[in-house]
Design a binder for this molecule. Structure first.
Ligand SMILES: CC(C)(COP(=O)(O)OP(=O)(O)OC[C@H]1O[C@@H](n2cnc3c(N)ncnc32)[C@H](O)[C@@H]1OP(=O)(O)O)[C@@H](O)C(=O)NCCC(=O)NCCS
Length: 259
């Protein structure tokens, strides 16, 4: 028998890159590890709602089994890196660039930087940015500006004593001038100031530039990485109006950016 609780052990929403695809992420609840029937229940519901496929948040090895048992396959791998927040390098001033807190009214401009910086698969939409900003009890949205224009941003969040670099993006037009490093180090200092004892970040395995940036800033590669899994529902019936179905969503613990 499927329970309503099972259906909500995974938070679901249309995926930003393609509304026929559902994005799912485990919610941190006290019901123990996800089971195969938890995943099956949600997949069933998404199939009924007309989704064509399902993509997961980045999952730790321990969280992948129930998805794989249901037929999900790995589609992307990510490195996981940890910073001890002991030593944080000073970052010098960058001519013509200011760092300043980001405001809700600037989300559209921030998302324009995200779109310019990331390929479609990894981009955030407004719902994804809100998720990143709501994912932790304390959050720091910092922007880099060249005059009035936002040219980079970072989202860092703290949950208990653990910090997360949730998102980092710099407009390609100003990359290679230290903006990414300045935003990253600013975020690490904020995390330490607000009680985090360490900080995690993940990055796509093929993203050599960001991997170099994180390691130069003192992050250490962790033995276990993360993976994004995908399930094709192509035998699902085509929905009549093709508009994105609206699955129920559940507020969730740290899970923004590509976490
Ligand atoms: C990753 C990213 C945030 C880095 O931002 P950035 O502003 O280019 O970063 P920096 O300028 O601090 O450093 C990048 C490079 O520029 C070099 N650099 C920095 N300042 C420099 C300067 N004044 N003169 C010359 N080179 C400089 C750095 O040494 C570094 O060199 P490397 O690429 O050989 O390692 C940016 O490339 C980006 O937005 N990428 C797409 C989105 C993404 O991948 N985000 C992270 C996902 S986890």
């Amino acid at each position: 028998m499927r329970t309503a609780a099972a259906a909500y052990r995974l938070r679901t929403r249309p995926w930003q890159a393609d509304a026929r695809v559902a994005h799912v992420a485990p919610v941190a609840d006290c019901l123990g590890p996800l089971t195969t029937s938890d995943v099956e229940a949600t997949v069933e519901r998404l199939r009924d709602e007309g989704y064509r496929s399902v993509v997961t948040a980045a999952l730790h090895p321990a969280d992948r089994r129930p998805f794989i048992d249901v037929g999900f396959v790995e589609t992307e791998r990510l490195h996981l890196l940890l910073h001890g927040l002991g030593h944080i390098a000073p970052s010098g001033a960058i001519p013509g660039i200011d760092l300043r807190r980001g405001r809700r009214r600037e989300h559209a401009e921030i998302l324009a930087v995200d779109r310019a910086a990331f390929t479609p698969f990894w981009r955030l939409d407004a719902a994804g940015l809100d998720e990143a900003l709501d994912a932790t009890s304390a959050v720091h949205l910092q922007t880099a500006r060249s005059g009035p224009r936002i040219v980079g941003y970072a989202v860092c969040g703290r949950a208990g004593h653990r910090g997360y670099v949730q998102r980092l993006a710099v407009d390609p037009a100003v990359q290679g001038r230290g903006v990414g490093r300045a935003l990253l180090l600013d975020g690490l200092r904020w995390l330490r100031r607000w009680g985090a004892h360490d900080a995690l970040v993940n990055t796509q395995e093929g993203n050599a530039r960001s991997l170099r940036l994180y390691r130069r800033a003192g992050f250490v590669l962790q033995p276990d990485g993360l993976a994004v899994l995908q399930l094709d529902l192509s035998d699902a019936p085509t929905p009549p109006d093709a508009s994105p179905p609206t699955g129920p969503t559940v507020a969730a613990p740290p899970d923004g950016g590509y976490w």
